[in-house]
Design a protein around this ligand. Structure first.
Ligand SMILES: NC(=O)c1ccc[n+]([C@@H]2O[C@H](COP(=O)([O-])OP(=O)(O)OC[C@H]3O[C@@H](n4cnc5c(N)ncnc54)[C@H](OP(=O)(O)O)[C@@H]3O)[C@@H](O)[C@H]2O)c1
Length: 264
């Protein structure tokens, strides 16, 4: 649970990641982050530029596309030896999406199937971090996490995360398995939420990373940051040592600006 002067975070299992990451969701078809990214080669170039800048944490999900965003990451970042090397790949399962609809399904069978599909998309044997993307409101969190814990025990997942959850849901999950990261919407552009502020501190005390999604206050289905990107990212990183930022962009110039503003 430490973030040193070089802006790294150490997970409880000892894995170190740079606090400045990249959220890849927007490298998908538009609107709705549906289908493959139109500029596939441009997406590859942007992801490789992120790696060159020292950005090691890449956030994706099976639902982005679906499948296409993970496949793009594989095309861009998979090494010849079949590993991602120093890159830290985080993905998510539990959302079904097609041309017309989107729905949540975090039943154990679906969570396990989604892990397998994400691994196939990423052309990998294991993924560093895998989140429950958003609890479906019916399946007990404990059951979804037990399914991911099975996948962790057989080595397909290194760490388990939860996204779009309350502190109570994290507490339920911790009864079943170690939780490495929580990813909720959080940005200086958003209205202050006292319970969320408390949860960030509570997670920090337990060595659990907090990964704010929409860190620049963007509407996930629309284009454009809602706040000054450099100021927002600095504010987030200063907020707490357990915060890992994953700003999204489709432009290499913005990627470089975000990284340089943070001294990466
Ligand atoms: N767990 C979840 O449910 C969930 C939900 C939403 C998002 N996420 C994750 O969070 C990541 C980030 O969220 P997000 O992409 O929706 O929103 P965001 O990071 O708050 O903002 C992205 C927007 O800001 C613009 N931007 C970025 N850097 C900029 C700069 N230096 N100057 C000007 N504009 C800039 C981008 O436009 P340009 O393309 O023009 O740069 C893009 O439209 C996603 O990629 C995804 O991985 C997770």
């Amino acid at each position: 649970m430490t973030k040193d002067l070089n802006n790294t975070f150490t997970f409880l299992n000892g894995r170190v990641v740079n606090s400045v990451g990249y959220g890849a969701m927007r490298l998908t078809g538009q609107p709705r982050n549906f289908g493959p990214y139109a500029d596939w080669q441009g997406g590859i170039a942007l992801l490789r530029r992120a790696r060159d800048l020292g950005i090691t944490h890449i956030d994706t999900a099976r639902a982005y596309g679906p499948h296409d965003n993970e496949k793009l990451i594989a095309d861009a970042l998979l090494n010849e030896d079949g590993t991602y090397g120093e890159m830290f790949i985080a993905s998510k399962g539990g959302i079904e999406k097609d041309a017309k609809s989107i729905s949540r399904d975090t039943t154990p069978a679906t969570m396990k199937r989604h892990v397998e599909e994400s691994l196939a998309n990423l052309r990998a044997d294991r993924v560093d971090l895998y989140y429950v993307h958003s609890p479906d409101g019916t399946t007990p969190i404990a059951d979804s996490i037990a399914a991911l814990e099975e996948m962790r025990q057989v080595g397909k997942i290194d760490m388990i995360g939860l996204s779009n959850v309350s502190q109570k849901q994290v507490e339920e999950a911790l009864e079943v398995a170690p939780i490495a990261a929580v990813q909720n919407r959080y940005s200086p552009a958003d209205v202050r939420d006292g319970a969320l502020e408390d949860m960030i501190d509570w997670l920090d005390l337990r060595g659990i990373a907090f990964v704010p999604h929409g860190p620049l206050g963007a509407n996930p289905m629309k284009q454009g940051a809602a706040v000054d990107p450099a100021g927002a990212l600095r504010t987030l990183l200063a907020r707490s040592p357990n915060i890992l930022v994953i700003p999204g962009t489709t432009k290499i110039a913005h990627l470089e600006a975000n990284a340089s503003a943070l001294g990466v």
